[in-house]
Structures are given as structure tokens and as C-alpha cells.
Design a protein around this ligand. Structure first.
Ligand SMILES: Cc1cc2nc3c(=O)[nH]c(=O)nc-3n(C[C@H](O)[C@H](O)[C@H](O)COP(=O)(O)OP(=O)(O)OC[C@H]3O[C@@H](n4cnc5c(N)ncnc54)[C@H](O)[C@@H]3O)c2cc1C
Length: 478
């Protein structure tokens, strides 16, 4: 299939990027063998850390000539094993390409390298009173390149949309080393097929993003958060639908079910109000007019109380807001510390089906002696459903985990949903793609992949499973 990275090829890479940026130590390679997806591991033969598009282009030419798989990597926070180098080979880390090249205050745009940490980008843009709305909860460790590759969302996606809504230009290195430039500081552009939108969300399988032109917005002056508790997820969901029906346009409506809140409460060792109930909601509103915003959150509070809320707490200061969001942001750490997480899902259904989805999944998983923890973006129908088990015997075999995930996806699709809203298919969902897409659609995707990457060297095994892979033929062997 693929060739190994020989010493001669390593020398080649050293001449392109310097010895210090060619990582071969076993211990360091371990760090690149996994991302944040449970149960996936595969070690690269080498990690390369280039610093510009020319170096990446040269690397890709060598990889292509010798038929070596290349896995691009940003912050390694993928939850679909997208950054795991399934066939070993090269991990191409973009971590050194982390600069903001330009902030254009007149056009409200910025030109940015892909390896910048999303949270740092946010901090830098704040100096210009600007912000980049996509806000994955992982923003302290994920990168813009990874966000583009996954078309990341986050709590604010409900009001502001996802990554693809903010990318107006891209520079991309193709698998054979060719560099292409698309778009620019343009808010409207229908010049030919929309390849920018094709690259955004392509999970590093079609090209390596080396620069992005991003649209930014002027920062809202005021942000207010509400913490609301309902007895049930169904009540919380009805509240959320009513808020949206009344056109109140909050920035975020986030849900945490009772099992999640109780885990976080234990982990943080701090009391969370009404942790005994099941429907916990954070609503965020933003804007510039304090009086207007006050009217909005008061109306949201009224709707909550009429929908059966036990309490509505308002967080206005930065300190109070951060303390509130800590509950939401520490979910991952809390679950990891108290149970063995075997699946981290990002299912999406029409908003009004969320209570059914959570109920059906919880019942199903309970029968497997595991627990399902539901939380996430209630306002746009995208709910994370992590599965945790404490019975180590169950974990000795993994076949049942595949069966469980298949069943979870079938339930989701049965409710009019699909299997991933923002984490991508990656490696972990490839076996289930055909549940969500028809044969012809998958064939079209395979043709697109083949056109961009005929040797199948760029992040192979991701999105489209290996049955479809057409790796290099024998004549390419060393
Ligand atoms: C605690 C936690 C919370 C999260 N919350 C959210 C959330 O709210 N919303 C959300 O959408 N996701 C969320 N995620 C998932 C993850 O953070 C996102 O998918 C993120 O966009 C990945 O970025 P990364 O830099 O870590 O990419 P990586 O994990 O390094 O890579 C992800 C994919 O991008 C590709 N890639 C990386 N850089 C490039 C590049 N320059 N060119 C081409 N391909 C590239 C990789 O090959 C891989 O396929 C969360 C993850 C964690 C662990």
C-alpha cells in the first residue's frame, strides 16, 4: 500500500525544514498518535513542522513521489479521530504557522495562518474591537486550520453561524504540492464553483490550508448570561423553541442534562443550583444598547417562568459569567475524571425532536449498563451525547461499542437528523457514513476525493472508508 519513511526521505525533509523541525523521538511521536477521540491510536513515523507554504509544497511533492500518507494536524482536539495518522507516515503539524498576517480594520477582515490557537486569535482581534464568531468550546487548544477543516461551530453558532460563514479566502497546498489561492477580502463572490466551501469541512482530505482570509464582526459591548433550570429536558426544549419563535435572537442556548450537571458539581466541588433536576440551560444575549438588552433578557426570563422554570439567575459581570460558563466548559474534564468515556457524539436533529432523541438514547444505553450524558447546543438542534461506562469487563471487547454507535445513529436518523453536526466524520464515523448518505452521494464524494488526491495520500481513511481508497500502485514503491 503505502511506503515507509526511509532514512533517505528523512534527509530530504531535513534539507527542506531543518533538523530541529523533523521529529523522530518515540516519546514525541506518542503525542501525535491520538487526538481527543476515545479509543483511537496510531503512531506516525515522523512529525514535520514546516513554517510556510513553500516548505509544505516541497514536503507534499516528496510525499507524493514516494507514496507516503500525510495527516495534517492543528491542535489535536478532533472528536472524530480526524488527526490520527491511520497509516502512520507523516503528521504535518501546522503549529509553527501561527501568525496573524494582517488585520484590515476598514474591511473588517483578517489574514491569518492556520496554526493560530482560536482563543489567541480571539484575544488579538479584541485589541481592534473585532471578533471571529465561531467559538468551539475547545478554543483554548484548537486552531483556526482545524476549525476550517471541520467547519467548527460552538455555542454562538446559533446566532452567528459556523466557520464556513466567515471564510472568504483560502490558500491551499494540494496533495501533489501545487499551491492554489481562492477568494480574498470579498463579501460576495460567485466566480465558478464554490471551492472555498468545499475545502471548509473537508477534514484535511483535499488540501492543506496554509492561509485564510476571515470575516470579522465588531464586538458587542454587552454580554449577559442567564442560568435557568427546568424539571425536564422537554420543558427546557419547549422554552427554547418559544424564545426563538418570539424572535428574541439570543447568542446561545446551551443545554446540560441533570446527569451531566451532577458530574460537574462533583468534579468542581461546588454547588450548582437545582442540580437534582434534568433541564439546565444557559442563555446568552449580546448587543450594544443596555436598555434594549435588559428588555430582551427580561422577556426571556418571563418565557422561562411561564414554561415551568424553577429559577432564573442573571450573570452580568465578567466574573459571574465566567463562573457560570465554567459549568459548561468543564463537562469534558468532569466526565473523563469520573467515568470511562467510550463515545463522544455530536448528533443533530430538528430542534423539536431533541427531547425524544435524548430520551430514546438514554433508555437504549441504560440497557447496556452504561450512562448517556447529554449536553450542547439546544438552540440549533446539535446535542452532544457522550457515553460513559464504569464496568471494565464491558470494555474488554469493543464490537458492542460499534453496534451501540450504529444504533444511536439509526435512532438519530429516524428522528430526521444526521450523525455529525460539527465534529466531522473523521475516522470514527466512516463505517456509518452509508447510514446517513445514499450510495450515489458517496460515489460523488469519492470522485471529488480522487480528483484532488489521486494517490490517496492526504489524510487517507478519513470521511470515506478504505473500501474506496485507491492508494499508490506498486510502481511508486521505493
Ligand atoms: C473539550 C472539547 C470541546 C469541543 N467543542 C467543540 C465545539 O463546541 N464545536 C466544535 O465544532 N468542535 C468542538 N470540538 C472539536 C474540535 O475542537 C474541533 O473539531 C476543532 O475544530 C479541531 O481543531 P484542531 O486544531 O484541534 O484540529 P485537529 O484535531 O488537529 O485536526 C482536525 C482535522 O483538521 C485537519 N486539519 C487541521 N489543520 C489543518 C489544515 N491547516 N489544513 C487542512 N486540514 C487541517 C486534520 O487533518 C483533522 O482532520 C471540541 C473538542 C473538545 C476536545
Amino acid at each position: 500500500m503505502y511506503n515507509r519513511v526511509s532514512e533517505k526521505i528523512i534527509d530530504n525533509f531535513i534539507s527542506i525544514i531543518g533538523k530541529e523541525n523533523v521529529i523522530l523521538e518515540e516519546e514525541s511521536l506518542e503525542n501525535y498518535a491520538h487526538d481527543e477521540t476515545p479509543l483511537y491510536y496510531s503512531k506516525p513515523e515522523v512529525v514535520l513542522k514546516p513554517v510556510n507554504k513553500s516548505e509544505i509544497s516541497e514536503i507534499m511533492k516528496v510525499a507524493s513521489a514516494h507514496c507516503i500518507p500525510v495527516t495534517p494536524r492543528g491542535g489535536g482536539t478532533s472528536l472524530s479521530a480526524g488527526a490520527v495518522p491511520l497509516y502512520h507516515g507523516i503528521v504535518l503539524s501546522l503549529e509553527r504557522m501561527n501568525k496573524i498576517r494582517e488585520v484590515d480594520e476598514e474591511n473588517l477582515m483578517a489574514i491569518v495562518e492556520p496554526g493560530i490557537i482560536t482563543g489567541l486569535l480571539e484575544k488579538e482581534l479584541a485589541k481592534y474591537n473585532l471578533f471571529f464568531p465561531p467559538d468551539p468550546v475547545s478554543l483554548d487548544s484548537c486552531t483556526l486550520g482545524g476549525n476550517i477543516a471541520e467547519c467548527a461551530g460552538g455555542p454562538r453558532a446559533m446566532k452567528y453561524g459556523v466557520t464556513k460563514n466567515y471564510i472568504t479566502g483560502l490558500e491551499v497546498v494540494l496533495p501533489d504540492g501545487t499551491v492554489i489561492k481562492l477568494g480574498g477580502k470579498l463579501l460576495k463572490n460567485v466566480t465558478g464553483y464554490d471551492l472555498i466551501d468545499l475545502f471548509v469541512g473537508s477534514e484535511g482530505t483535499l488540501g492543506i490550508v496554509t492561509e485564510a482570509t476571515i470575516k470579522t464582526l465588531v464586538r458587542p459591548e454587552i454580554i449577559i448570561d442567564l442560568y435557568i433550570q427546568f424539571k425536564t429536558v422537554a420543558e427546557a426544549s419547549r422554552f427554547s423553541i418559544e424564545v426563538l419563535k418570539q424572535g428574541l435572537n439570543p447568542t446561545a442556548i446551551e443545554l446540560m442534562d441533570g446527569d451531566v450537571v451532577r458530574m460537574v458539581e462533583k468534579y468542581l466541588q461546588r454547588r450548582v443550583p437545582h442540580s437534582e433536576v434534568d433541564g439546565h440551560i444557559i442563555v446568552e444575549v449580546d448587543g450594544n444598547d443596555k436598555e434594549h438588552l435588559k428588555k430582551i433578557w427580561e422577556r426571556i426570563g418571563d418565557i422561562a417562568l411561564k414554561s415551568g422554570a424553577l429559577d432564573v439567575l442573571v450573570a452580568e459581570s465578567v466574573h459571574d459569567r465566567e463562573r457560570l460558563w465554567e459549568i459548561r466548559k468543564k463537562i469534558g474534564d468532569s466526565l473523563k475524571a469520573q467515568t470511562r468515556i467510550i463515545a463522544r457524539e455530536d448528533l443533530v436533529v430538528p430542534k423539536n425532536r431533541i427531547p425524544d432523541l435524548i430520551h430514546q438514547l438514554k433508555e437504549y444505553v441504560k440497557n447496556l449498563n452504561c450512562a448517556l450524558y447529554a449536553f450542547g447546543h439546544l438552540g440549533d438542534g446539535n446535542i452532544h451525547t457522550d457515553v460513559g461506562c464504569t464496568d471494565e469487563n464491558l470494555l474488554l471487547q469493543t464490537d458492542w461499542i460499534s453496534q451501540m454507535r450504529k444504533k444511536m445513529y439509526e435512532i438519530t436518523i429516524g428522528l430526521g437528523g444526521t450523525i455529525t453536526a460539527e465534529h466531522g466524520i473523521g475516522l470514527s464515523k466512516t463505517p456509518y457514513l452509508s447510514l446517513a448518505l445514499d450510495k450515489k452521494t458517496i460515489e460523488l464524494m469519492m470522485k471529488i476525493k480522487k480528483e484532488f488526491d489521486p494517490k490517496n495520500i492526504l489524510n487517507p481513511g478519513k470521511i470515506l472508508s478504505d473500501i474506496t481508497a485507491k492508494p499508490c500502485n506498486h510502481s511508486n514503491r521505493l
